[in-house]
Design a protein around this ligand. Structure first.
Ligand code: PGA
Length: 254
């Protein structure tokens, strides 16, 4: 399976900063071939259009949005629709990130609606799941991952299950590893990813093997090679270390 290396810029970078990054980034990418990598960047909304323009002639590079509201249009002040994101060139949508689950208090039901709506609008979805430290310490890892993944998939009509490969990816992001510098250990990653694969198999059958499972949480150039070599790790979702073009490039090359 082609490895997916994704950058989540969160609420960082003005348009000028994003454009400067894109120039440096694409100049380096043009010098090498990354056929075995799919590279995704999730910038703030305001930089999506600019990045799409910069990336348009580079295959294997796509832009996504960090959030959206699951409706075509309407009286939803402050929200942005899949239609509008399509219009500026986004191809992927990030759903269920822990910052949205915990800071914006998005529920599993709402996240399930977003997954189903995003797919309906023709987007590719990256669903994030992961436990807090308190949940892990209380022995709830398996039940939390089960609940977060099952609730998102259970809402999808069965006829689209077989079409999910290529359109759906899951990122395991333990909340205690995000932005803390404390990357999950190999055993922890292997255990969580095996659990997620099992849940996918239970719902999707054979095609579960073709759904990429990414790891996210304090990924850096130094730990990327080890993480990418672990069982069931099909890619990485990178926050802080993706904000510098050179550091993200090193992770892509890992
Ligand atoms: P981090 O963030 O790499 O800074 O830990 C990852 C994420 O939030 O997706």
């Amino acid at each position: 399976m082609q490895k997916i290396i994704a950058a989540n810029w969160k609420m960082y970078k003005t348009r000028a900063q994003a454009t400067q990054y894109a120039s440096e980034f694409t100049a380096s990418l043009r010098k090498k071939s990354y056929d075995d990598r799919l590279i995704l960047v999730f910038p703030p909304f305001t930089a999506i259009h600019d990045l799409c323009q910069h990336f348009s002639d580079l295959p294997g590079l796509a832009v996504g949005a960090q959030n959206f509201y699951p409706a075509n249009e309407g009286a939803f002040t402050g929200e942005i629709s899949p239609n509008m994101l399509h219009d500026v060139g986004a191809q992927w949508l990030l759903v269920g990130h822990s910052e949205r689950r915990h800071i914006m208090e998005e529920s599993s039901d709402f996240i399930a609606r977003k997954v189903s709506s995003g797919l309906d609008y023709g987007f590719k979805i990256m669903l994030c799941v992961g436990e807090t430290l308190a949940e892990r310490n209380a022995g709830k890892l398996v039940s939390i991952l089960d609940e977060q993944l099952r609730s998102a998939i259970a809402s999808l009509p069965e006829h689209i299950h077989k079409n999910l490969p290529g359109r759906f990816a899951v990122a395991y992001e333990p909340v205690w590893a995000i932005g803390t510098g404390r990357v999950a250990g190999s055993t922890e990653v292997i255990e969580a990813h095996a659990q997620l694969r099992q849940v996918l198999e239970c719902y999707l059958g054979k095609v579960a093997a073709d759904i990429p499972l990414l790891y996210g949480g304090s990924v850096k150039p130094e730990n990327a090679p080890l993480l990418l070599g672990l069982d069931n790790v099909d890619g990485l979702l990178v926050g802080g270390a993706s904000l510098e073009a050179q550091s993200f490039l090193q992770i892509i090359e890992a």
